[in-house]
Design a protein around this ligand. Structure first.
Ligand code: HMH
Length: 222
């Protein structure tokens, strides 16, 4: 298997689940303007809880980078930039929640959310290699980037009050950041041993499945 761009190889191989995660009916309903606002508020509240767990996960990836990476590609700077963006994101969730009348202190994490957070926690173990963890990290960010950028394309009907949300992950800067992460992952995978490559592929598939289940939660709130 060609190892130079492992990610694109994997995305082709697993295109069905990848499309399932990045073109989910919830996202398509935002894109065509038929989104149910109850669904949107459910997603908003659940994602706030997820992001708090996600910050801890990113911190663990940063620790792995420091321990395992030679840092020729500036991995730490990219990860630190990601953490800074998450600091901003948490504040954004709070503002957005109050705008939509969502009481964040009342949110109870649903099963899919708890399962996803537990998965993140399993990746925080020191036994999980940097290459595997950063593959998952890239995938988590890339799903949101691809999904929300899709809602901002020309000719879409995304409601104007949801455009700020789509911009959050669909803007060009976030796209660039995901591209930097992807380059780090491809560089790591090109040098990794077979066992690590297999684990990274499994981690990617796990992320895609969790993302589909996460989007599915918004339905339950409809
Ligand atoms: C469920 N996946 C989920 N939430 C997010 N905020 C992201 C990815 C991207 O940060």
């Amino acid at each position: 298997v060609e190892k130079i761009n492992m990610i694109d190889t994997w995305l082709k191989k697993h295109s069905l689940i990848y499309v399932g995660a990045t073109r989910h009916p919830f996202i398509l309903s935002i894109r065509d303007g038929t989104v149910n606002l109850t669904s949107f508020k459910t997603w908003l509240g659940q994602d706030y809880i997820f992001v708090r767990a996600f910050v801890s996960f990113v911190a663990s990836v940063l620790i792995k980078a420091w321990k395992e990476s030679d840092d020729s590609g500036g991995d730490m700077e990219v990860l630190l930039g990601g953490m800074a963006a998450l600091n901003d994101e948490i504040q954004w969730f709070k503002n957005e929640a109050s705008k939509w009348g969502v009481q964040l202190s009342d949110i109870v994490p649903q099963k899919a959310n708890k399962d996803y957070c537990r998965f993140l926690e399993s990746l925080m173990s020191s036994e999980v290699k940097y290459t595997v963890a950063i593959t998952a990290f890239w995938a988590i960010e890339a799903v949101y980037q691809q999904s929300f950028a899709h809602c901002l394309e020309d000719g879409t009907n995304t409601p104007s009050d949801l455009q700020v949300t789509c911009q959050r992950w669909g803007n060009d800067g976030f796209g660039q950041y995901c591209h930097s992460l992807k380059q780090i992952v491809n560089r790591r995978l090109a040098k990794a041993l077979d066992d690590e490559i297999k684990k990274a592929e499994v981690a990617l598939l796990d992320v895609l499945e969790h993302e589909v289940e996460f989007w599915n939660m918004s339905d339950g709130g409809a």
